[in-house]
Design a protein around this ligand. Structure first.
Ligand SMILES: [Zn+2]
Length: 307
């Protein structure tokens, strides 16, 4: 593609876009989230700082999830899970996951200690000495890739970059923007990766972090502004075009649509509880004989009645 700009018929929210720059051995993902964030955030009465943190984490989860091959409808059960935790942080636990375009996530925190931090606490103030764990479960292949990196730097996005650098030796650039307003939350994210052997990623031998092609790609991608990421009038295809229109070839294809999704259901929990030994099941029952199971993602309690 050289002459015409990318078609920008589709703006809108809760979308992912996959693209590749074959001549530069790079691939990318762009996401824009709107209503899906509001839906997930609405399950809990989070303070502003936690809403912002979870919106950033969900945007990263969508970006990393969009690296998985599956779409919405093809029954691929591959999953990406992101967890952040600390020993004594104000944020005790953050978890998000992605499967086939479905996102969910929640944060457990100490409201009193959070209030003492004031507005816009740093990542270090929220987590203290924390760790970010990222797990790719590849369905079918039965493979699991897992890495844990310290929560250093200023943002969760920076910690994700170091995951790819340290655990996978893949130079990666990630930018995330989040804007909260009275109309709801809007977020956008860009992920760029250098693949020494192209999109399919054969054995990545001799990847050097100072690869000149990668420096060029990272300089272009890094020029994206926060306002561009969160501007609903700027389509994802337009962002790719703005950043890379001088490159000889850009391949673009739509990725999965994003939606809130959770696996919680009475049938799901009944299956899980049925695997416990009878004595333990008895101990779970309340006075009314019902076992109450709580889904922390949805903030819902499911009454499970066993035979
Ligand atoms: Zn749930």
């Amino acid at each position: 593609m050289t002459a015409a700009p990318l078609a920008d018929g589709e703006t809108g929210f809760d979308r992912t876009l996959r693209f590749a720059l074959p001549d530069l051995n790079a691939r990318g993902r762009i996401v824009r989230l709107g209503p899906v964030l509001d839906e997930i955030l609405a399950a809990h009465a989070y303070p502003a700082a936690i809403r912002h943190l979870l919106a950033e984490a969900l945007t990263l989860t969508a970006l990393l999830g969009a690296l998985l091959k599956g779409g919405n409808e093809d029954g691929d059960d591959s999953q990406l899970t992101m967890q952040a935790q600390t020993e004594a942080g104000v944020v005790e636990w953050l978890v998000c996951d992605y499967r086939g375009g479905e996102l969910r996530g929640y944060v457990r925190h100490d409201p009193e200690r959070l209030a003492a931090l004031g507005a816009n606490p740093t990542l270090f103030a929220l987590f203290g000495r924390g760790y970010l764990g990222i797990t790719f479960d590849i369905a079918g292949a039965g493979k699991r890739y897992q890495g844990i990196v310290p929560l250093e730097g200023e943002t969760l996005a920076a910690a994700c970059e170091s995951y790819f650098q340290q655990s996978e030796q893949v130079p990666t650039l990630i930018r995330v923007g989040v804007r909260s307003g009275p109309g709801g939350c809007i977020a956008g994210g860009l992920l760029l990766q250098h693949l020494a052997e192209g999109e399919e990623g054969r054995e990545r031998l001799h990847v050097r972090l100072d690869h000149p092609q990668w420096e060029h790609v990272a300089a272009l991608g890094g020029s994206i502004a926060h306002d561009e990421l969160v501007d609903p009038a700027l389509g994802l295809e337009s962002i790719v075009w703005r950043l890379f229109h001088e490159e000889p070839e850009i391949r673009v294809e739509p990725g999965p649509a994003l939606m809130r999704g959770c696996r919680c259901s009475i049938a799901h929990y009944r299956d899980i509880i049925a695997r416990f030994p009878p004595a333990e099941r008895e101990a779970m029952r309340g006075d009314d004989g019902v076992i109450a199971v709580d889904c922390a993602f949805c903030s819902k309690v499911f009454p499970i009645v066993l035979e």
